[in-house]
Design a protein around this ligand. Structure first.
Ligand SMILES: Cc1ncc(COP(=O)(O)O)c(C=O)c1O
Length: 393
């Protein structure tokens, strides 16, 4: 008989009861070091007191009203995002997929409003993951996500990763814009180089098309900057944010410059829950923490320690590991063994990580991890790799 919860997830045999900081405890009270953070969501760690208190306070006051009415916390969160990013305006939704989907709509709307509705196609890059709505799976073009869900939504052209010639060649009179993750997450922690990102900006300007970044996974401090594209010193026209923005409370945001955002007139888009008082209380509490200078300083410090340790493991286990890569606390270990086997062995040693594409084990820990947490994670990984080595893997 089918379980009551639809069988869309292949879950680990783990059930967690509570958490604190970078630690989770299962229902048998066994402790795990959480370097998965709910897939790059719990950026402040579990049960961060400031976030818990903000949610508790708002829940006891007012959870939801509707976007029929003014929501002061929403205005505040939008103004803070505007003040700290390239954007002039923000639309709040509830998830990464929704944030991306709206950005895609805005690309079309922008060209429509300029009198050029023929420009509706979006160029994406191989290895991309943009979410699971019909448009998002068509944008990502991953076979396993699209199977059985045809016909494919029209309007997406995919080119090779890091190949500007192919990208330029794909631009035609129907192209509306380019959509990329500055650091691919699901695709296997693949960072786009500063030069590549700069070239994307230049190409978008040259051809009069829009540049959109999907920073759902790599944003909100994860790479050591508030948003990852800041490393390249360029700005997009549109950006999707989610995951870390709520620290565990579901929230998404689509950010844009004025020339794009002004085309989204009243009634052109909407959502029941997006930016409700409870969600934006969480978002504002997250920003209180992330925007404090010591937060990104910690990411910079511990990420170097983590990467140095991973490099040593790569050298120590040449038959099991190929390479380590990433930016800040968005890190991948490219494996020679099957990545899922290493994730499972690490679980045996009390460390959580996430498999990603390209046979990578991904680490996206809470950004409040300490040097001691990093040292413990490296020890556990060492033990897991040693087990695999002894088993002849
Ligand atoms: C880069 C990126 N975009 C979009 C999404 C979709 O976000 P959500 O699962 O919240 O819809 C994800 C989720 O992993 C992501 O990593």
């Amino acid at each position: 008989m089918i379980p009551a919860v639809m069988p869309t997830y292949a879950r680990y045999n783990l059930t967690f009861d509570h958490g604190e900081g970078a630690n989770l405890w299962d229902t048998e009270n066994r402790r795990y070091l959480d370097f998965a953070a709910g897939i790059a969501v719990a950026g402040l760690g579990h049960c961060h007191p400031h976030l818990v208190e903000a949610i508790r306070k708002q829940a006891g006051k007012l959870m939801h009203t509707s976007n029929l009415y003014h929501i002061p916390g929403q205005t505040l969160l939008a103004e803070r995002l505007v003040a700290n990013t390239f954007a002039d305006a923000v639309f709040f939704n509830n998830s990464g997929g929704e944030a991306v989907e709206m950005g895609i709509k805005m690309m079309r709307r922008y060209h429509w409003s300029k009198g050029d509705p023929a420009r509706y196609r979006v160029i994406t890059v191989q290895g991309a993951f943009h979410g699971r709505s019909l448009a998002c799976i068509a944008a990502g073009k991953q076979e396993k996500l699209m199977t059985g869900f045809g016909p494919e939504v029209d309007g997406f052209d995919q080119v090779a990763f890091d190949n500007l010639n192919e990208l330029k060649a794909a631009i035609g009179p129907e192209t509306a814009g380019i959509l990329v993750e500055p650091v691919q997450g699901e695709g296997g922690i693949r960072s786009m180089s500063v030069d590549y990102l700069k070239s994307l900006r230049a190409i978008a300007d040259e051809f009069g098309i829009l540049l959109m970044f999907d920073e759902v996974q790599c944003g909100v401090g994860r790479t050591g900057k508030f948003y990852a594209h800041e490393w390249a010193g360029i700005t997009p026209d549109i950006m999707a944010s989610a995951k870390g923005l709520g620290g565990g409370f579901p929230i998404g945001a689509t950010l844009a410059t004025e020339r794009v955002a002004e085309t989204m007139t009243a009634g052109s888009h909407g959502t029941t829950y997006g930016g409700n008082p409870l969600a934006v209380a969480a978002g504002n509490a997250v920003l209180d923490v992330v925007l404090a200078p010591e937060f990104l300083e910690n990411v910079a410090k511990v990420s170097v320690e983590f990467m140095d340790g991973l490099k040593k493991l790569v050298a120590a286990y040449p038959d099991q590991l190929e390479d380590c890569r990433g930016k800040g606390l968005m890190v991948g270990l490219k494996c020679k063994v099957t990545n899922g086997d290493l994730v499972n062995k690490a679980i045996d040693h009390g460390l959580l990580s996430v498999p990603a594409g390209d046979n990578v084990v991904r680490f996206v820990p809470p950004m409040v991890v300490t040097s001691a947490d990093v040292a413990e994670a490296l020890e556990k990984l060492d033990a897991a790799l040693n087990d695999l080595k002894n088993e002849g893997a």
